[in-house]
Design a protein around this ligand. Structure first.
Ligand code: F6P
Length: 327
């Protein structure tokens, strides 16, 4: 056990994700069990630069496991991308005599942590908190399950009105450059088609599928559009499809930041608790500059650059199944 880690700082960074509070709670409770002092950094790297730290004790994380968002606030920090900003952040950590940091966030967060730990010898452990599920080294990221539940609930409601009016809806979901949210939302909602960055489905192919459905007397349809897909956003796709095939009265719904809020699901709460617990015990066991993840039900630690840069492909069998079930 690494005995020289007695004071740790924890922060949430990047896009917020349901379950971040559950992870924070687990970090504070596990560290307290090991007689460590925990400091919460507000507003991610921005707060680190500003020295915006506050002691967190067991009671400070009571009654938050069910809350969406993050009680530490979050931010995207341009300042931290500069050597001067990182120097200021280091000085803040020194001023609070911090021995190690735990970063709850996504790609951008671990990119920053990777650069910072090259410059300064303060161990970091990352916890994958992003709805995108686009980090290698963990089957699921915290917030992903809640976001697809939110998206599927939204599409269920869209389906009601699409059915009532015999309309074609294009529903845009988040996911940045990945299609995990879109694919799982399409499967879980029984959508007609899905456009994801990982496949190069063309407008012509989509129109062909819609025409087939129309011939089969499919009087309404819902298409899920991943925001990062190659054909453009849902509004642009709807226009292109309408120009080629105006059989349906077409509408567009962008679910947007609804996918980022809400009370975390049981799965996200348990995942967040396991990763928060493992991050603290990992630090004590000498882990540093790695992301804690769950792979096949087991905790794994992956170097930051691998977590960020290693491809995390969609399951092709799932993509094929989605296409067949949608026919
Ligand atoms: O990374 C999470 C995410 O929700 C992406 O899916 C989305 O593209 C982005 O954040 C939106 O960022 P912001 O909240 O800054 O608009």
């Amino acid at each position: 056990m690494s005995k020289d880690i007695k004071r740790i700082a924890v922060f949430t960074s990047g896009g917020d994700a349901p379950g971040m509070n559950a992870a924070l709670r687990a970090v504070v409770r596990t560290a307290s069990f090991h007689d460590m002092h925990v400091y919460g950094i507000y507003r991610g790297y921005e707060g680190m630069i500003d020295g915006d730290l506050e002691r967190l004790e067991r009671g400070d994380v009571g009654n938050i496991i069910h809350r969406g968002g993050t009680i530490l606030k979050t931010a995207r920090s341009k300042g931290f991308m500069t050597p001067e900003g990182r120097r200021a952040a280091y000085e803040s950590l020194q001023a609070f005599d911090i021995d190690a940091c735990i970063a709850i966030g996504g790609n951008g967060t671990f990119t920053g942590a990777s650069v910072f730990t090259e410059e300064y010898d303060i161990p970091f452990i990352g916890i994958p908190g992003t709805i995108d599920n686009d980090l290698y080294g963990t089957d699921l990221t915290i917030g992903f399950d809640t976001s697809i539940n939110t998206a599927i609930e939204a599409v269920d409601k869209i389906r009601d009105t699409a059915d009532s009016h015999n309309r074609l809806f294009f529903v845009e979901v988040m996911g940045r450059n990945s299609g995990f949210i879109a694919l799982n939302t399409a499967i879980g909602s029984g959508a007609g088609s899905v456009l994801i960055p990982e496949t190069d489905t063309s407008i012509e192919e989509l129109v062909g599928a819609l025409k087939l459905g129309a011939r089969r007397k499919k009087l309404f349809s819902v298409v899920i559009v991943a925001e990062g897909n190659k054909n453009g956003n849902a509004t642009e796709i709807a226009r292109k499809v309408n120009d080629a095939f105006d059989f349906y009265d077409t509408k567009v719904t962008i679910i947007g930041h609804l996918q980022r809020g809400g009370s975390p699901t049981a799965q996200d709460r348990v995942l967040a608790s396991r990763l928060g617990f493992s991050a603290v015990e990992g630090l004590l066991n000498g882990q540093k500059n790695v992301m804690a993840g769950m792979v096949n039900g087991k905790v794994m630690f992956t170097p930051f650059l691998q977590a960020i840069n290693e491809a995390k492909p969609l399951d092709n069998d799932l993509v094929r199944m989605a296409e067949i079930l949608a026919m």
